[in-house]
Write a protein that binds this ligand. Sequence first.
Ligand code: ZN
Length: 132
Amino acid sequence: MSELKPCPYCGGDAKRKSIGKYRVIKGRGQSYLATVGCRSCNGKATSAAFDRETAWEYAEETWNRRVLSWVPVSERLPEKKDIYFVIAQSREKKSPFKTLADYDGKSFVKYAWCEVISWLDDHTFDKQEEPE
Ligand SMILES: [Zn+2]
């Protein structure tokens, strides 16, 4: 078991949460889905593999993966269609919040009622590395 980093959402401690049978893949057999997550909030990461210990290791790697910086939308948009972790601002309320938003190749579409300010080029982030 590798050392788990603190929760990127709230800073809480993380732990192995659950593992269960996942898909059966022809020629490979039963796979397992492991979930690693925060003890304090709903932050979590899941990964699948063909044996339990590898599934745990993959989920831990996913949980521990962090990125370096936020990218302002005004400077550069993502290069591919995907769901990105973003800092958005509601049009009525000025306070920014973090959420997931769909990028369709032209603009962030899921939250049309708010303005996406910046995004991450990965789906996890380090609490210490949020922009001001
Ligand atoms: Zn948390």
